[in-house]
Every structure is written in C-alpha cells, then in structure tokens.
Design a protein around this ligand. Structure first.
Ligand SMILES: Nc1ncnc2c1ncn2[C@@H]1O[C@H](COP(=O)(O)OP(=O)(O)OP(=O)(O)O)[C@@H](O)[C@H]1O
Length: 252
C-alpha cells in the first residue's frame, strides 16, 4: 500500500464578516497517496483556493484535521513545510529582484543544500536560463508561471500543491510542463494536488478528481469513472453537469 501523503477529514472553513458568515469549505474529506495526482475541480468560488490555503497552513481551518506526510498540519506545520511546496500564478515573486535572485532567496529560505547547483539545475530543467537576469516584474504571464514552478521545485517537494499550473501558457509550453510534472512525480514519488480549470489537463495528469461545489465535495473518482458515471464523452461535460446542477446531483 502506498503511503498516504495528504489526509483531510471533516475540514471546514467559515469566514466571518460584517455581513455574516461565508462557509467556504463545508465538511470535506479526501486522501492522496504518495505518487498520486489529485485534481480539485469546481467553478469560481467553489472552495478550491481556500482548501489549498488550509493545506499550506496559510489559513487556519474552522474545524477538521489535515495530516500531511503523517504530521498534523494544524499543530506541527513547521515539521512538514520543508517537505512541501506550492505554485500559484496569483502569488507574485518580488518584482525588482531578478529571476536568479528570487530563486536564490527562496533556495536559502528552504535551506536547500548545494544551492548554486540546484538553482542552475532547475533553471535548466524548466528552460528559464535565458530569463535568469531579468527582473521578475518584467516577465510575461507564461514566463512567470514557469518561474513560479521552478521556485516550487527547488526543495524537491514530496507534496506539491499547484493552483492552475499551466495558466497563461501557450499549448506547446503547457504540454511540456505537464510532461515535466508527470516525470517529476514518477521519479520522486511525490504527491500532487492541483486546482485547474483545464479539464484536458486533468484527464491527462490526474488519477483522481474531487468535484467541489459551494464548499462541498459533490462527487469524486478517476476521470474515466466520472465520465462513465455521468454518461459523458469527457470531463469537461461532467464538469458542466455538476457545476450547473441546482442541487447535489445524483447521476442518472
Ligand atoms: N478571505 C475571505 N473572506 C471572506 N470570504 C472569502 C475569503 N476567501 C474566500 N472567500 C469566499 O469563500 C468562497 C470560496 O472561495 P475560493 O477562493 O476558495 O474559491 P475557488 O474555488 O478557489 O474559486 P476560483 O475558481 O474563482 O479561484 C467564495 O464564496 C469566496 O468569496
């Protein structure tokens, strides 16, 4: 049996504001084995980013438990954070620092051994050597995505959380990044959890899918299982069925 990399139970997050409470995540549970790739799917506001933020320890859950690599993430996140990483196109790297400076700063923060060599190797692997002397603020959206991924891989994470890993990439680069991620997972046995709006990407990369709607997991399974359960041709159609359903859908 593969080791469980991520285990979430009864997880809930309520944001309290002047206008009342928003239940962003409502009692979700799932697990991702080491070496598995799981997708978190759902329309805008479904609760994907809130879930990922709780897994990273950036948001404190209202209730529930998160275990990552066997550690209680809520109580002991500093024990496990060095073994994880994340990438999101919505988190900006310091603009004035060059790409190389950014990667060196992060490598230092992550206490990466043999920093120079590791930064050079990752730059080579992600094909960003030509960008190393550019300020991070002057990169195109697609270049930023690649640099953000390079940052996320500096510490060779065993758990990788990705928010829209191929956002803004042209189809050729996106395909290349997917191949890279597949290879990384095979070589390292890392677990990957990714939020994506790209269903073709999810079908290709993920062995499990969690469908979220209004903070809940309303269905889950492998892409092939979901496609057959909903009697659809692809995951995009399944997604539309679930996203448009008025109530939690029981497939026909
Ligand atoms: N800091 C916050 N305060 C109040 N409400 C919040 C906060 N962050 C998120 N929410 C609300 O929680 C719900 C879930 O948001 P979340 O960002 O997790 O969705 P998402 O699935 O990532 O959506 P998207 O695909 O648009 O990125 C939304 O209703 C959102 O408005």
């Amino acid at each position: 049996m593969p080791q469980t990399a991520i285990e979430v139970q009864s997880l809930r997050k309520v944001f309290s504001g002047a206008r009342g409470d928003v239940v962003a995540v409502e009692d979700i549970g799932f697990s991702v084995p080491a070496g598995g790739t799981m997708a978190l799917l759902g329309g805008n506001g479904a609760g994907k980013t809130t879930t990922i933020s709780m897994l990273l320890g950036l948001l404190t859950p209202s209730s529930g438990s998160i275990r990552i690599l066997g550690e209680d993430m809520i109580r002991h996140r500093y024990r496990v954070l060095p073994r994880m990483n994340f990438s999101s196109p919505y988190v900006e790297l310091p603009h004035r620092l060059t790409v190389a400076e950014n990667l060196h700063v992060y490598a230092r923060l992550y206490a990466v051994r043999d920093r120079k060599r590791q930064v050079a190797a990752i730059a080579e692997q992600l094909d960003i050597v030509d960008l190393m002397d550019r300020p991070a603020g002057r990169l195109s959206a697609g270049q930023k995505t690649r640099v953000a991924l390079a940052k996320a891989l500096l510490n060779r994470p065993e758990v990788l959380l990705l928010d829209e890993p191929t956002a803004s990439l042209d189809p050729d680069t996106a395909d290349w990044i997917r191949t890279y991620l597949e290879q990384y997972r095979r070589e390292t046995g890392a677990a990957i959890l990714l939020a994506s709006h790209n269903m073709a990407e999810v079908e290709r990369l993920c062995d499990g899918v969690l469908m979220m709607r209004r903070g809940r997991i309303v269905d889950q399974g492998s892409p092939a299982e979901l496609i057959s359960r909903y009697g659809r041709r692809n995951l995009e159609e399944v997604f539309l069925d679930i996203a448009r359903a008025e109530d939690e859908r029981v497939p026909a």
